[in-house]
Write a protein that binds this ligand. Structure first.
Ligand code: AMP
Ligand code: MG
Length: 338
């Protein structure tokens, strides 16, 4: 067997600049995280991500993150077999910072460069860390709310949001309460203090979900004096029940034996609890990405880089290593999955 590859992954789609070194595939296809260093841009309380400010943050931190990551892994840059970067989807100014770092490492040290779809990276890392084999994937993050299964070498969509994503729902609601983005963790904490549920709009259409009406109603409910905790709980219960219903239907339709939840919102214990009970009812395995790897990180990008390079895919020419702000994951060939 050939020796495992060492891949540097660079993530910079939105709030986080991160570099990670992963090694693999080893025995049984195992992929190991050797290092994963992250710095997050924090917008002012109540405000969303300002793309140029976030890009400025990433550019200022990129040097220290890269050198910390390489030294924590004990791998000098010339010892890398591949460098992968998030080529999209994401915020243009932020994506360009990561692409510049990857191109610099590639051309200075003659390391092949791999442009990676950020959403595919979430799924690949989730599968590598949980041992999922052929799952239905619920991808819930700041940029995605989708149900996906692999058919014919591509991730096909079996349900998605018709408007904002689950992460945007939580962040926009949290910002209306004056919190700093990302707000999901704070909303989860406040929801755990409440035991009351306020009725809010529940909108599942076919196997798609729509959150915009729910957002407006939750903001209105939170405006009543002393109602913030109850509004957080009600928002979570309603939104998570919607994605759980769509997931149950997609599990039956696709016949998959496993449900894998990935993306930043996968860190939420209440969401996992609801999905776990749905899987128990349908006798399917429930798998969740460990919370420390559910949000954006260099590991997800390095993981896809390793899978592509070890399947024999050639790196891109440095001049073709650009970014694509809109890049749907159902347009990506994942031939390395057979
Ligand atoms: P990502 O884009 O994958 O980094 O995911 C970021 C999203 O995950 C943001 O919308 C966060 O608010 C959300 N998030 C992070 N932690 C939690 C949590 N504990 N519960 C719900 N959402 C979360
Ligand atoms: Mg993400």
């Amino acid at each position: 067997m050939s020796r495992p590859l060492l891949c540097l992954g660079v993530e910079s789609t939105a709030h986080t600049f991160s570099c990670a070194v992963l090694e693999g595939p080893g025995r049984g296809g195992r992929i190991r995280v050797l290092s994963d260093v992250r710095r997050a841009y924090r917008p002012p309380d109540g405000a969303g991500i300002h793309p140029r400010e976030a890009a400025r943050h990433h550019a200022a931190r990129s040097g220290e993150v890269l050198s910390e990551c390489l030294s924590a892994a004990g791998v000098p840059a010339p010892g890398l077999d591949a460098v992968a970067y998030s080529a999209g989807p994401g915020l243009g100014p932020c994506l360009r910072v990561g692409a510049v770092v990857a191109r610099a490492v590639s051309s200075m040290h003659s390391v092949p460069v791999y442009p990676v779809n950020h959403a595919v990276g979430h799924i690949d890392l989730g599968m590598a860390l949980t041992g999922a084999r052929d799952p239905l994937v619920l991808l819930v993050s700041g940029g995605h709310t989708m149900l996906l299964a692999l058919v014919g070498g591509r991730w096909r969509v079996f349900g998605e949001t018709l408007d904002i994503t689950l992460g945007q729902l939580l962040d926009q609601f949290g910002r209306s309460l004056g919190f700093a983005s990302p707000c999901g963790g704070r909303i989860e904490e406040m929801a755990s203090r409440s035991s009351r549920c306020i009725p809010l709009p529940y909108s599942v259409r076919g196997n798609d979900v729509s959150f915009s009406g729910l957002l407006s109603a939750a903001k209105a409910a939170a405006a009543a004096p002393g109602a913030a905790d109850d509004a957080c709980r009600s928002l979570q219960e309603t939104a998570f029940a919607m994605v759980a219903e769509a997931s149950e239907r997609a599990l039956s339709f696709t016949g998959r034996g496993e449900l894998l939840v990935a993306g930043g919102v996968a860190a939420n214990a209440r969401l996992s609890g609801m999905l776990r009970s749905a899987c128990r009812r349908h006798r399917r395995a429930f798998l969740a990405v460990p919370p420390e790897y559910s949000g954006d990180c260099g590991s997800q990008i390095a993981c896809t880089g390793i899978l592509e390079a070890s399947a024999g895919k050639a790196g891109a020419e440095v001049r073709d290593a650009f970014v694509r702000q809109s890049w749907r994951l159902d347009g990506v060939d994942v031939g390395y999955r057979g």
